[in-house]
Each structure stands twice: as C-alpha cells, then as structure tokens.
Ligand binder design. Structure first.
Ligand code: FAD
Length: 438
C-alpha cells in the first residue's frame, strides 16, 4: 500500500488526456493522480464476437494514453474484472482519498456507479463525478413547467439559448499531466490477455476537415459520398472532447450543431425515461402484433432482402461496423414496418455490430424509425426504399460500393412486395393504436 494519499482518475467513456473535465478536477486536487481503466468483465463476457472492434478500439485508445503518460513519468493502470469490486480494492491499495470520474448516464452505468459509491463510502473514500460527455445533462434543459422535453425542436432552441448564456467551458487537463503518478505495478494487458483479437476493421480518423462540416447540410444525406464527419465512434468513447467539436459546429454549420444536439436529446430522454430501453416511449406501440419471422430477420441481417439500398446498408454494417445515417433510417424502417419485426430485434443487432453503438442514440433512432418513440416519424409514413434510393443514391454509387457487380435489372427478388408490406404495416399499427384499455 502507498503511504502518501493519492487520487484515482477512473477512465470510462472519456478516453483522452485533453480537455477532460473529471481528469482536470483530479489533477487540480493537489494529490498525485493515478489513472485507472477497468476492462469490465460484466460487459466483455457478453460479447460473443471475440474480434469485437469496440474492444480493440478501446485498447488502442488506452495504449495511446499510456504512451503519452510515459512522457510524464507515469503510466496507465489497466485492470480486468468487475469495477464494483476492482475500483474499491484499488482505492485501498493506492491509498486514495478520492476517486474521480466523468458521469455516465446509461442505466447499467448508473447502477454500477451507485454500487462503487457505496463501497467507497464504507471505506471513507470519496467518489466524485463530473459532466464531460455532453454540454447539458440530466435536467439542465427543461420546459418552463419543469418537465423534460419530449420534442426535439423546442429542446434544441432551449439548449442553444442556454449555451449562448453559459458559453463552452474548457478543462485543460493536458496542461497538468505532471501531477500524474504511476501505480508502480506493471499492468497493461494485451488484447489477447482479455480474450480478444484484432478485428481487421479500419477505424475512422478523429480529425475532420472544416470543409466537410461547412458543406454538411448539402452532403449529409448522400451515402455514396464522404459527406458526414464519421466522428461517432470518437464521441462514443470520448477520444475527442465534445466541447471542442461543439465550438467548431457553432462557427461552421448549424445543421451539424443540430446533430450534436440530437445526441444530447437522446441522452436526456434515456436519463428521464430509462424504461425506453425495453419499451416503446409511447406504450400504446407495445401492443403491436409483430410477425417476427426468423427467416426474414436472417435475410435482413445478411443484406439479402432484394431491396438494394437495404442490402447495401446491412453489408456496410457487417463489414465495417458503420452505416450511413440515411441508410440506418431506411433499414430500420424496413425491418419494423415492411417486415413487421419487433424494433428491439433490430436494435440489438445494431448494438452487436455498430462501432459507435450508443444505447441512447440507438434506442432513439430505432424508436424514431419504428414510429413508437418520442418525436418519432408518424406510423403511417412508411419509407419507400425505392424512392429513398432514387433520391439519395440515384446513380447507385453507394449500392455498388457494398454490392459489387450490382445490376439493377438482375437483382435478388424482393422478400416482400412494397405496397402489400406498406398497407399491412399501416393496418397493423392502426389496430394496435385503436385497442381500448379496459
Ligand atoms: P454526423 O452526421 O457527422 O453527425 C455528427 C455526430 O452527431 C455523430 O457522430 C453523432 O454523435 C451525432 N448524431 C448525428 N445524427 C444523430 C442522430 N440521429 N441521433 C443521435 N446522434 C446523432 N448514433 C450513434 O452514435 N450510436 C448509435 O448506436 C446509433 N444508432 C442509430 C440507430 C438508428 C436506427 C438510427 C436511424 C440512427 C442511429 N444513430 C446512432 C445516429 C446516426 O446514424 C449516427 O450518429 C451517425 O450516422 C454517425 O455518423 P457520423 O459520425 O458521420 O455523423
């Protein structure tokens, strides 16, 4: 056990040394700060694919942090286990007076942190949390009546007006790294030590040119070109600070800023309505009688529905862990409405594949597309995959990229006919919504 009192900074979804709020507060505390990361076996044990690219991404980000820390005579302490046991144990071992972390708003994380807090409290150790992954959290952006917003546009207006008043704070943690201390225990497992291997997936850069953000409004809906930032995985794991990106968006493009606000809107919804992880935001939609045909679900997953834009999207997802937002909307609508398969099945499949998987945005996106979420697309508006293709991929650039040799005249037969499927969806939804409660 160390004799001098220390502080621990616990990295979670904030894997960077720059402009990191909780890290900044720890480094200002006056005590040497020991940086810690825990590979959570509660999560890892449930990942079926041992080449999961998210684990590799995290591992690379940790290596980067460790290398940078070595320049300051410190190093990252990486543990494997259940954080509710590991963190209190390390806090004792390192003689910490406080564990610092940035807040995480997902239901699992909230439960985990509550448990860590209690264990630390019992040992007389503080646990301090900070806001880092969003500009506004929890109940900071509320309606005049004190209730949470459930519609995006008024939420975004309030969000912007609050930001105009408060400005964007900076937490220059990178300037205080000399206060870091190594745990003096050699602890940096390789990927194979945690039971995983490299995925072979190429990760998007954390840099995006100003030009992409400036032209975002014109290019964001065209999947065949590089018209979006591809920063979602970096926002997910905190390898870039959202505050700096928001400052750029404020200067460069309001449409882009709005997308960052959608991300916060869904985080806020998940915070106030955690039941939406398993249930439709609008509970009437839980009465829908899904067809749930396993064979059709398998064809959707493989990208073999006979609808080229849907198939291209699913193949992009399967090969890269990414799918363009426009296409995410099309494939999600297709699964829930054309195939009448429970949106939760699709949500779980995305969760297993998406590099940028984020519970709040994924639930939000799926419920929006299935028509059962807050501020969702109305149920009777069913995306027509052919029209979506004509509008957003008219020369088949995107489709050809993911379906090599694609020929519009000789493609797979559709697994369901469009007009039939559309009418069936509207009928089925209508029946569910019209059921009277007794
Ligand atoms: P850009 O268009 O460059 O947008 C910039 C950032 O804004 C994104 O990185 C993201 O953080 C945020 N953002 C953009 N659009 C949205 C949106 N509609 N909702 C919330 N945040 C948004 N996004 C995720 O990060 N994780 C998910 O698990 C996820 N699941 C989705 C599921 C469905 C069915 C749908 C329709 C959308 C989902 N999205 C999800 C939102 C969106 O598709 C991705 O954020 C976006 O495609 C990522 O690419 P980008 O970084 O180039 O985005």
């Amino acid at each position: 056990m160390m004799t001098d009192k220390t502080a621990i900074f616990w990295f979670r979804r904030d894997l960077r040394l720059e402009d990191n709020h909780g890290l900044f507060e720890a480094l200002k505390s006056g005590s040497p700060v020991i940086p810690v990361f825990v590979f959570d076996t509660q999560i890892l044990d449930h990942l079926e694919d041992k080449k999961d690219a998210r684990v590799e991404f995290i591992h690379l980000a940790l290596q980067d942090i460790d290398t940078k820390l070595k320049n300051h005579g410190a190093g990252l302490h990486v543990a494997i286990g259940d954080p509710t046991e590991v963190i209190p144990r390390l806090a004792n071992q390192f003689n910490a007076h406080t564990v610092y972390a940035n807040r995480d708003y997902e239901p699992y994380a909230r439960k985990r942190d509550e448990s860590v807090y209690r264990s630390l409290l019992a040992r007389g150790i503080n646990f301090k949390g900070y806001k880092d992954q969003v500009l506004f959290e929890k109940s900071e952006v509320m309606k005049a009546d004190g209730l949470p917003y459930t519609v995006f546009t008024p939420y975004s207006k309030k969000w912007k007006s609050l930001l105009a008043v408060q400005g964007i704070p900076e937490y220059p943690s990178e300037t205080l790294l000399s206060n870091m201390k190594s745990s003096d225990i050699d602890s940096f497992p390789g990927l194979s030590d945690i039971g995983f291997a490299a995925s072979g997936i190429e990760f998007p850069s954390e840099h995006v040119a100003d030009g992409i953000l400036q032209h975002y409004a014109e290019t964001r809906d065209i999947p065949g070109i590089r018209g979006t930032s591809r920063l979602s995985v970096h926002l997910r794991f905190g390898t870039i600070p959202v505050r700096k990106l928001t400052a750029r968006a404020l200067n460069l493009n309001e449409k882009y800023l709005n997308e960052l606000i959608w991300r916060e809107f869904y985080q806020m919804i998940l915070w106030h309505f955690p039941q939406t992880v398993d249930n439709a935001f609008n509970s009437k939609y839980d009465r829908i009688e899904w067809e749930n045909d396993e064979n059709l679900f398998a064809l959707w997953k493989e990208g073999k529905t006979g609808y080229p834009i849907v198939d291209a999207g699913m193949r992009e997802l399967n090969q890269t862990g990414y799918m363009h937002n426009r296409v995410r909307m099309v494939v999600a609508s297709f699964l829930s409405k054309h195939l009448l398969i429970d949106w939760r099945w699709g949500e779980r499949y995305f969760a297993s594949k998406l590099l940028d998987f984020d519970l709040a945005s994924n639930i939000g996106g799926w419920q929006w597309a299935a028509g059962c979420g807050c501020d969702a697309a109305p149920y009777f508006r069913v995306f027509n995959p052919y029209l979506q293709q004509q509008k957003f991929d008219p020369d088949y650039a995107y489709i050809r990229k993911w379906i090599p040799g694609f020929d519009p005249d000789h493609y797979l037969k559709p697994i369901v006919e469009h007009t039939f499927a559309r009418d069936r969806a509207i009928r089925t939804y209508k029946v569910a919504l019209e059921v009277r409660e007794v």
